[in-house]
Design a protein. Structure first.
Length: 144
């Protein structure tokens, strides 16, 4: 179990929360759930209804559908944010590549944070835009 100050420092290093003042991150630190996932274990299962996003504290995960790998994410990156914003069936499975520590943030508290802190909304928007840009670049490469 991490101390609140440790959680705040970790959250501050995550793109979504990088512009959020530390005093506001204390609130976030108090509502995230810490999880430890062993290598090879699923964090998110395709088809499940999701209402949480995950912040990778330490470790690495792959986003995949069977053997088809869409992306890998590591330390201080976020997965599952779309389901936390708009609960729908998960479109891919996320599996730990190595032992991974996570913070889980559920939909309700996330919406409360967004309502009170525009910096969190900006951070989520920035992350989603970057992912769309990367996907567009990958599509351009495939079309060549």
């Amino acid at each position: 179990m991490r101390l609140t100050i440790e959680k705040v420092m970790i959250l501050k290093s995550v793109d979504i929360f990088s512009e959020t003042p530390e005093e506001d991150l204390i609130e976030v630190a108090s509502i995230v759930e810490e999880l430890e996932v062993k290598a090879g274990k699923e964090i998110i299962t395709k088809g499940d209804i999701g209402t949480s996003m995950y912040i990778i504290v330490e470790g690495q995960v792959r986003v995949h559908d069977g053997d088809k790998v869409f992306a890998t994410f590591g330390r201080r990156e976020v997965v599952g944010e779309l389901a936390a914003l708009d609960p729908e069936p998960r479109t891919a499975t996320v599996t730990a590549i190595e032992d991974t520590d996570l913070f889980r943030l559920d939909e309700g508290p996330l919406y409360d944070l967004m309502a009170e802190h525009i910096e969190v909304v900006r951070g989520i928007t920035r992350v989603l835009c970057n992912r769309i840009r990367k996907m567009n670049a990958q599509l351009r490469e495939v079309k060549k």
